[in-house]
Ligand binder design. Structure first.
Ligand SMILES: [Zn+2]
Length: 76
């Protein structure tokens, strides 16, 4: 299966990991609330996991508008 990171702001694919076994603890999933998991993590029909994150350019945009950070949460 693959873990695909997609920017939730612009939809760009940020990164992709190919793993046979996914340890969700390593990914930091255990630190998320149930609501955050439901929002950020999508299990696709083919077994891939799609994770909504933020790409560099959107992060830079948000960095110029720090008030937006209050509305969002991030996987570090
Ligand atoms: Zn983006």
């Amino acid at each position: 299966m693959s873990i695909i990171y997609t920017c939730r702001h612009c939809g760009q694919q940020v990164g992709k990991l190919n793993q046979k076994i996914v340890d969700t603890t390593v990914l930091g999933f255990d630190q998320l609330t149930v609501e955050e998991k439901q929002y950020m993590i999508h299990y696709k029909d083919n077994g891939d996991i799609q994770i909504k994150t933020i790409c560099e350019s959107c992060e830079n945009t948000l960095g110029e508008h720090p008030q937006y950070h209050e509305l969002d949460f991030f996987i570090q």
